[in-house]
Design a protein around this ligand. Sequence first.
Ligand code: NMX
Ligand code: MLT
Length: 439
Amino acid sequence: MSKLKEKLYTKIQAWRPRTAKLIKEHGDVKLGEVNIGQAIGGARDVKCLVTDISYLDPMEGIRFRGMTIPEVLEKLPKAPGGDMPYVEGHVYLLLTGDIPTEKEVAEVADEFRKRAKVPQYVFDVLRAMPRDTHPMTMLSAAVVAMQRESVFVQKYNAGINKNDYWDPTYEDAMNLLAQLPEIAAYIFRMKYRGDTTIPSDPTLDMGGNFAHMMGIAKPYDDVSRLYFILHSDHESGNVSAHAGHLISSALSDIYYSISGMINGLAGPLHGLANQEVLSWIQGVMAKMGGKVPTDEEMRQFVWDTLKSGQVIPGYGHAVLRKTDPRYMAQREFCLKHLPEDPLFKYVDILFRVVPPVLLEQGKAKNPWPNVDAQSGVIQWYYGVKEYDFYTVLFAVGRAFGVAANIIWDRALGYPIERPKSVTTAMLEEAAKAASAAKS
Ligand code: NMX
Ligand code: MLT
């Protein structure tokens, strides 16, 4: 057993009695009530999911294992010569809740290295797809094609004890995570760089190797590390994390679950917003003939978009009620590395202009930018101008968090998810009864 898996098992054993006690002794304690608005309105604020991997406070933003983004970026061991932590260290943190030592990071890197070989048939599947297929479709297909590799399925069919489900789930998760960056880079080079794919370099860490396989020089290794860490998790209720959890609750293996996670992320209201931001800004640039607009010109453009019945991509959030700290972390990177970039200047103007416009319009509950408003600029600057690809980068990062959640779901024996639905007539009945009680 690897050191990480051993440590995880110790943590799981210590955690299980807490969950068991809550269910057994306090299962009927109320966390809140559900009203009609929530039942129709996408279950906003309904507290019915449990995760300890991350928590999203509306005002503060995400904490991974109790740590804010600046704390995570400061405390995790860093790749030599870089400013950003190893992705491998972040995986250790997500899984165990502890900051790893350099040695522990090296052990995780070694574990990933041993699992990194992507089966040839995955590349064959990708190559058989029409080249103009969206890269998210390719990624999802590649992941689900690998389902035949599932250790969980083999063990399940052999009659494994429920208590041990987490073990083959860990095996599947670590195998998939080790291979996902290469699959993503392969899609990129095959689709957008004339099919000149670059073999993996096993001497590099995950971020460094991803930059190498993308064919992009430093500091893109740091960009990749930052990107994968920032996108890794956003508690359980967002579409991608929830999709992964939901699918895996049926004991579908990690390949089915992560493929489903990718499909959820591919919607324009969720992860695809990062490509929408870029295509939208390109539209502004074309209208402006490339010149940087004044605040007033940009304001007009934002209003035109709203008046045509579209959303402003990269702004708003279902939970956050302030600027997303993931936006701020990327903004800081831009201010350091690309302050004069014309696209960054556009994004900077939007940061000033969009929130007051959304406030004036009065619909969006959160007028501030989310993670997707800033991320494409960095990719564009380092040469990844094919913005269809941006959500693939989000997906690789998100897989680290969702996989950690799924391993813990299996360790704590979370059951199949099955909320109850009602009919419109039942809601009308409930509304009538409430009105009668009031009068
Ligand atoms: N531009 C225009 N209108 C907006 C925006 C926006 N950025 N954000 C919310 N609204 C509207 C929303 O469409 C809704 O309108 P209506 O009443 O006509 O249906 C109204 O404001 C109330 O919505 P909220 O309750 O504030 O937001 P909700 O929780 O329903 O949705 C998002 C959250 C993120 C889907 C929404 O803010 C949005 O569509 N943003 C733009 C797309 C985006 O950036 N998505 C990425 C989110 C982060 N991620 O990576 O997943
Ligand atoms: C995410 O990272 O999943 C998004 O910010 C969406 C969300 O949390 O609702």
